[in-house]
Design a protein around this ligand. Structure first.
Ligand SMILES: C[S@@+](CC[C@H](N)C(=O)[O-])C[C@H]1O[C@@H](n2cnc3c(N)ncnc32)[C@H](O)[C@@H]1O
Length: 239
């Protein structure tokens, strides 16, 4: 009986360590399902240094771009203004309530160049060989199967197109991730969470090192990383 209780107590940790169907072995956060107000904070444009993010990713007039994990569309709206009427923004998410919200928002803002796309956790459902730039803002750490998603995102991009992933970490987490890789040779886990922690959504950090290794694993070329405000970073990749 004691042995059974012990096994039950260990069960969540064992389940978390099992590889996902796409081969990912690290933990991921549960997708956000709540309100979108928290992404509309004043000063977010400055914190994210949005003009330089757009510059380094080539988001400008006439381009076809995607906002993957768009949530309430805070970024989609700004991308739509940047690409203008001759460009297109694919605002993608896995939850219909967010894509519907963005549809209404785009109508209200008079931005017909936003097309919403409903994807799945393994396929963003974006058109093949079409995109000039893709941004994943504060969503990559929630992707249940990040390697499957990156593979399909890459397929949707033109050759030479750029992908920008914006996440949050600290120097300590970055170092920890590098050391973990050097010791094991594998991208083992989501750094920023304890293995024995119950609530996986508590901490939404993801070390740059992990993002870089995963993108390189599916064939992206790492171009550069940029420090943004509030411990956020932009990792830039090219197809
Ligand atoms: C924390 S919210 C960020 C929303 C938005 N990018 C922003 O920063 O304003 C994360 C979003 O990612 C979406 N998401 C989670 N997993 C996803 C996946 N596999 N593919 C696409 N979107 C996903 C969630 O539904 C949620 O809308």
């Amino acid at each position: 009986m004691k042995r059974l209780l012990l096994l039950l107590a260990l069960a969540p940790a064992v389940a978390l360590a099992a590889p996902k169907p796409d081969g990912t072995e690290r933990q991921t956060a549960r997708p956000w399902t709540g309100g979108v107000d928290i992404f509309e904070t004043p000063g977010r444009e400055q914190e994210l240094k949005l003009p330089s993010v757009f510059r380094v990713l080539g988001i400008k007039s006439g381009k076809k771009v995607a906002d993957v994990g768009a949530g309430g569309g805070w970024l989609s709206i700004r991308m739509a203004r940047a690409v203008g009427p001759s460009g297109t923004v694919y605002a993608q998410d896995i939850l219909p309530k967010y894509t519907q919200f963005i549809d209404e928002r785009a109508r209200y803002e008079g931005l017909p160049n936003i097309k919403t796309v409903l994807g799945t956790v393994t396929d963003p459902k974006l058109p093949t060989n079409t995109l000039d730039s893709v941004v994943i803002l504060n969503a990559y750490h929630e992707f249940d199967q990040p390697l499957a998603m990156l593979t399909k995102i890459k397929r949707a991009m033109k050759t030479g197109a750029r992908l920008g992933i914006i996440e949050r970490d600290t120097d300590e987490l970055r170092l920890e991730a590098q050391q973990a890789y050097e010791e094991s040779g594998e991208i083992l886990r989501r750094v920023g969470e304890q293995d024995d922690q119950n609530d996986l959504t508590d901490d939404h950090t993801l070390a740059l090192d992990i993002v870089q290794r995963e993108a390189e694993k599916v064939g992206f070329r790492f171009i550069s990383s940029h420090e943004l405000g509030n411990d956020k970073y932009l990792a830039v990749f090219q197809k």
